[in-house]
Design a protein around this ligand. Sequence first.
Ligand SMILES: *Cc1c(COP(=O)(O)O)cnc(C)c1O
Length: 358
Amino acid sequence: MLDIKITKTTAPKAKPADESKLGFGKLFSDHMFLMDYTDGEGWHDARIVPYAPFELDPACVVFHYAQEIFEGMKAYRTADNTIQLFRPDCNAQRMQDSSDRLCIPQIPVEDFVQAVKALVEVDKDWVPHTDGASLYIRPFVIASDIGLGVHASKHYIFCIICAPSGAYYAEGINPVRIYVEDEYIRAAPGLTGFTKCGGNYAASIKAGELAEQQGFAQVLWLDGVEKKYVEEVGSMNIMFKIDGKVYTAACTGTVLPGVTRRSCIELLKDWGYEVIEGKLAIADVMKAGHEGRLEEVFGTGTAAVVSPVKELDWKGDKVFISDGKIGPVTQKLYDTMTGMQWGKLPDTKGWIVPVCKG
Ligand SMILES: *Cc1c(COP(=O)(O)O)cnc(C)c1O
């Protein structure tokens, strides 16, 4: 149990007047959670304080060597004003796995969940009321040693900030065009693909920008060794329904183990679908597409829940999926997941963790 000291702001900001204009990650709530790590002492000084800029030395390790990890999750408001989280223990566990790879000291799962809950409760009025809108929660750890030597830092800061964010599909679910990336890679065996570290994102921006310039929403990443097997789409996991079966890349080090991915797999299996976690060649995906056997393609992630794909372009070859519409299984996953998250459907899986009444 953390002993969290709470200092509330004396100058609360005005809540957004129009929740439909929130967008994503642009506005932040009144408070943030902080905890420090010092070698020899461990994690200490858990506290919730008014949201404010950091003052950091320009020689701080994180600025130079990117020793940093983060998480992404949401708090949802139900119709009866319960504020709730979705599988926060999964995020806590994944941050431990990221920590281990980046040589960052781990935070116990129960302390992580306690910190998130405490901050969400303090800022509960910042959880939006609009259908589909939520409070996006961004926990992160940065290395805060001062000095340019390359080594694991002896000091860290764990911080959690919250951003009230609008509905991802404010204008309805629009299937997207995806560029199959044939030059750049996101991950390779032995690297950090399975972690949520800022460095992975820094290295992926260029491919995303180039794809966007050509009118694509995102890139589909292939494996980093042979550029032959499908791995992820943008910053989401990806699933393919071919001949009635659902295929997705296995989490063997190069794929980020998404909480949404894992939840979708569990639901699909409950519904009787065969789910195959393994290698799926892009050539076989394109072939299935041309033969009319590629039934649905969708990304999965916390922000969108599911993101249907209507077109894949690989080396000039194109396939079109589900007549440009969201497929029935994609839709059912979306309805079931969002139904539980916003409390419109019963939580039959034990995935919902209530925080407080809002
Ligand atoms: C966060 C993330 C995902 C999705 O994970 P969720 O836990 O479902 O939000 C997928 N791929 C990458 C690269 C990510 O960073």
